[in-house]
Design a protein. Sequence first.
Length: 454
Amino acid sequence: MEDAPKLGQPRVAVTVALGLLLAAVPILLLSSSWGSLLEPLTIVLAVGAAGSVLWPSDLEGTIDISAAFVCFMLAVAFVGPLGAFLIAVVAELVTWAVRRYRKPALAINLAATAIPSLLAALLYGELVGTVREGEIADLGVLALVTIGFLAVNFVIVRSLVVVLDGGSLREALRPPRAILFSLALTVALIVSIAGVFAQYGIAAGVFLVLILVAFSYMSRKALLARQRTGQYAALSWGVLSALVRSLDRRDSRTARHSAAVAAFARDIAIECGMDEDAELAHTAGLLHDIGRFALPDRVMERQGTLTEDDWDAIRLHPELGADLLQDLGLYGPVAQIVRSHHERIDGRGYPDRLKGDEIAQVARIVAVAEVYDTLTAHDTYRDRMTSFQAITELRRVAGRQLDERFVEALVSLLSGRGMDYRHADAADFDSELKIAERIQDSISTDAIPGSGLG
């Protein structure tokens, strides 16, 4: 049984959203707080909420603590149901007037902010009563009401978005990561500001709202920059993975070899207690041979005896790969590792003849991983060695070609492991790459549910 429609149903989403808003009309007509609409605080909160949402964020998949939300919650505690509802409506209408996003999303946003504001104000009024300037708010009740607002907002937004655009309701209603931290931060912020206002009056409230509007603007700018960085990273990974796949079509061992080197390099780093470098080692392992795309097919396929010119071309691939990564901008550290993964401890490697500690540690790790996989893989271009024979060979060249510390770390890592791991025959490029997970992790900013659609 499906938990959501496969295709979006915009009319249904808009009908539900408008139905929620119309259901609020009788409650608003019976409201006793009409006089509060002309109070200075109501005007300040309306202006603050509208002003804080003027700057577009367009942050797909992100949620932030906005000044508008703070204004909504202050209205809940200090203005009453009608004021809280109308402030939310004004804020969303101003946002739509400036940004002109699609109308179905406007209906959802109106319902997702105005309805929780109304319900929260009604609940707070029943439990405490509307708090006036100079009175002490019941901050414990306000904290609970804030959580309730966020929960209702989250359910309305996520559910109606599924109806609007299609998708899985189960996935949409899955709480963001770090939700407890986000809730605690939001509740603490709301309670603190409400306490300041109740103690010091409207002047303090105006000052705090202005600060939050400025903070909202700056944080949205920062998050937008982060999202753009993530989008650029996603594009870069797409280009790089396509290059590796094209290499694999020319030389069937490339993708498997890249995946194996990535896994071995990551595990060696962890074995050496270099957890902070494990992801860097993994990424560099995936991309260490990216420069081979420039090699002639005859060299890639090892057809016949290689000439000195062929070897010169092969020795260029670390530089070519590093230049490519450097041009993409986001992969500076990886580029240096790719450039150095054929350097030798004794200084006889290429392209820069670095020696010893002049070679980055992660580059030395990738070198060990690459040599080991080349010796033991079923698709190697040379006679295949057993894991024991390869370890013997690695130890023989340790201190001259390879870093002895990382050779011994690999030996320790292989101890007690099965043949599938030792020979990496099942290494899979797609499972190692996991582009979507990498990029999602890099731009994820799980924070507080907001009105959400643009």
